[in-house]
Design a protein around this ligand. Structure first.
Ligand code: SF4
Length: 328
């Protein structure tokens, strides 16, 4: 048995002081961390419960939204301004997990959930560089149907499991952080890392640093945005491929677009190559398909997941066609 202490933090300063102690972990809804503790993959010396902190959703002076890290996923998805201004975010959250889990899970915890690579969870029989650096990766020569096709390395081919994070990447969100050296912000797309040689380091957070909020910038055309998730069953399954998209048209021409992919990489994958290929082009299925192919040109599928390349191409094309038709 792994023993640990539990403390509930009443203020951010307390949380950060406790979170900087050796072996400490912040506890949000616990919907992933507690599972990992049961499997003895996570063995914190102490848990700092931060569920009472940062629980507000507020409009910013610029017309965006600031969502506290302690807000429950369900509360974000149900919020009137989220549903009205950023439907892609509400839909992404509702595509994830189950109602019960969304009621427990927090925004900060969602950002920091860990991969669902089955070899990562198999502490008894599988080699995993993320769990034990330098050990090797049994997914590379194993059954890798759910693994990454973009941005992977020879050390790790895991994918990031979050749906919400794919929408946040598309929306150019900003992450607010607080730590022993003060406060700072980070573009959301820079929070998560690609695996490289150090897949055990998953984010740019400093030790003991606390996520306090996620801020969405004003983005008028995000009113026309959506999220589509392709998975093995209709609910309670992680994405094989998912697409978060927002589209702005000028007549029949793409004026602006936001596009991000889930289920394909170690981090939510902002599809900037496809976006650049689309701006100024006619909003046609051919151009959507060509942009998707440009984005996926760098894909490096493994033995069992080559289908994800075509699946991603088709899903991007279908989602952009849907948004274009809604705009017509
Ligand atoms: Fe571990 Fe990554 Fe390999 Fe999965 S893909 S076994 S998480 S190193």
């Amino acid at each position: 048995m792994n023993t640990f202490t539990y403390t509930r933090a009443n203020e951010a300063a307390d949380a950060i002081r406790l979170g900087n102690l050796n072996g400490a972990k912040y506890l949000g809804g616990g919907t992933n961390l507690v599972d990992l503790m049961r499997e003895t993959i996570e063995r914190p010396a102490s848990l700092v419960d931060i569920t009472g902190l940062s629980t507000a959703i507020e409009e910013t002076a610029q017309g965006g939204l600031r969502i506290g890290a302690g807000v429950r996923n369900s509360a974000v998805a149900e919020h009137r301004l989220v549903r009205d201004r950023y439907p892609v975010l509400a839909r992404a959250i509702l595509a994830g997990a189950s109602g019960q889990i969304r009621n427990m899970a927090t925004v900060g915890g969602n950002l920091l959930q860990r991969t669902r690579c089955t070899y990562f969870y198999d502490d008894d029989g599988s080699r995993c560089n993320k769990r034990t650096p330098g050990q090797g990766c049994d997914a590379i020569g194993g059954f890798n149907r759910i693994h990454a096709i973009l941005g992977a390395s020879e050390a790790c081919i895991a994918t990031h499991p979050s749906d919400m994070c794919v929408a946040l990447a598309a929306l150019d969100a900003t992450v607010h952080l607080s730590g022993s050296k003060g406060e700072r912000t980070l573009p959301f797309t820079e929070l998560h890392r690609l695996p490289g040689d150090t897949p055990q380091i998953e984010t740019e957070l400093q030790p003991g640093e606390l996520i306090t909020a996620v801020e969405l910038p004003p983005l008028a055309f995000a009113k026309r945005s959506t999220y589509r998730k392709v998975r093995d069953r209709a609910s309670y399954a992680f994405a094989l491929v998912s697409v978060a998209a927002a589209l702005e048209l000028d007549g029949t021409t793409v004026k602006d677009v936001r596009l991000a992919l889930g289920g394909v990489a170690h981090k939510p994958w902002r599809a900037r190559t496809a976006e650049d290929a689309l701006r100024g082009k006619a909003a046609t299925a051919e151009n959507f398909r060509a942009a998707a192919e440009a984005e996926l040109a760098a894909a490096q599928p493994r033995e069992h997941n080559a289908f994800k390349v075509e699946l991603a191409n088709r899903t991007i094309t279908a989602v952009l066609q849907q948004l274009a038709q809604e705009a017509a």
